[in-house]
Design a protein around this ligand. Structure first.
Ligand code: ATR
Length: 282
């Protein structure tokens, strides 16, 4: 029997071939018996983002989209961003039915930390990085009640990020410091929001080897390829705990899925599909 696809969703990016979101979402559609839904990858070069959004909505029949690098900021002017997307200046989920957009990266991180029983209220959290991922992390962690400090290779970029978040989201009281400084503090959690240590540069680590690593802390590394980074190994070697970023990817996807379908997807099914897709690549 031929399956008729009535509801299309997908991810736009450039490049986008590496995305494992299709495997994740299609596995969830299948598990729920939503056989008339389908998720695909759409490679869109940066100069035609606006035109492409219109075409995918008006002629392509797409219900909505995920948006990945480098389009998360660029799509903002073509949609109606909610408060969260506006605060971050970036959207990763569009619903074409009302042309609204949001950012589910925040929920992805906070939901995964919560699912892993990581305490955030009044915890001193160090965010490493000052790009889009770090912005989402600072926003989510501050709203979850954590005391946040930012460390970045280029401290000025971290200052700009915090000045932006102060204006767009009223976020105050986040300091920019060096790793050497925070190494002396009582830290509960470090969230790595940089690509340092990501495949194929797996030997790299955002925490230098000559700086003593804090004892008994938790690392959340947004990197999911490899599943275990050198930073994660360091945390465990020093009596701490380490969580990789695959759960965040899955949970931001699950939040998008719920927006389009109105159904909470089975997170374990999406996790297994993402894991299988990654294993296939390596
Ligand atoms: P994203 O939007 O995915 O977060 P990004 O905007 O490219 O990505 O930001 C990447 C972050 O990783 C930045 O904070 C960057 O530091 P700079 O602000 O100094 O550029 C950080 N980063 C990237 N490569 C790095 C490296 N080799 N060492 C230290 N930090 C690095």
């Amino acid at each position: 029997m031929a399956v008729i696809i009535r509801h299309k969703v997908g991810v736009i990016g450039w490049p986008v071939e590496h995305s494992i979101s299709p495997q994740m979402h299609n596995a969830a559609f299948q598990a729920l018996g939503l056989t008339d839904w389908f998720y695909d990858r759409i490679a869109i070069p940066p100069d035609i983002v606006g035109h492409s959004l219109r075409t995918l909505r008006d002629e392509g029949g797409y219900v909505g989209l995920n948006v990945t690098v480098p389009h998360k900021q660029a799509v903002m002017r073509y949609v109606r961003p909610d408060e969260r997307a506006q605060a971050l200046g970036a959207a990763n989920t569009i619903d074409f039915r009302d042309n609204t957009a949001t950012n589910t990266d925040v929920a992805g991180l906070i939901d995964d930390l919560t699912a892993n029983d990581v305490l955030l209220v009044n915890t001193h959290v160090v965010v490493i990085g000052a790009g889009g991922a770090a912005r989402a992390a600072v926003y989510g962690l501050v709203h979850a009640g954590a005391k946040v400090t930012v460390v970045n290779r280029t401290p000025q970029k971290a200052q700009v990020m915090l000045a932006d978040l102060a204006v767009s989201a009223g976020i105050q009281g986040v300091a920019v410091r060096s790793l050497e400084e925070v190494a002396q503090d009582e830290i509960g959690l470090i969230v790595n929001c940089t690509p340092v240590g990501m495949w194929p540069n797996e030997d790299a680590c955002p925490w230098p080897d000559d700086l003593p690593f804090p004892q008994g802390i938790t690392i959340y590394d947004m990197i999911y390829r490899p599943r275990r980074t050198r930073l994660m190994e360091k945390a465990e070697a020093n009596g701490g705990r380490a969580i990789g970023g695959l759960g965040m990817l899955v949970r931001q996807g699950a939040a998008s899925f719920a927006i389009w379908t109105g159904i909470q997807p089975p997170v374990e099914v999406m996790f297994e599909a993402a894991e299988a897709a990654l294993t296939e690549k390596t």
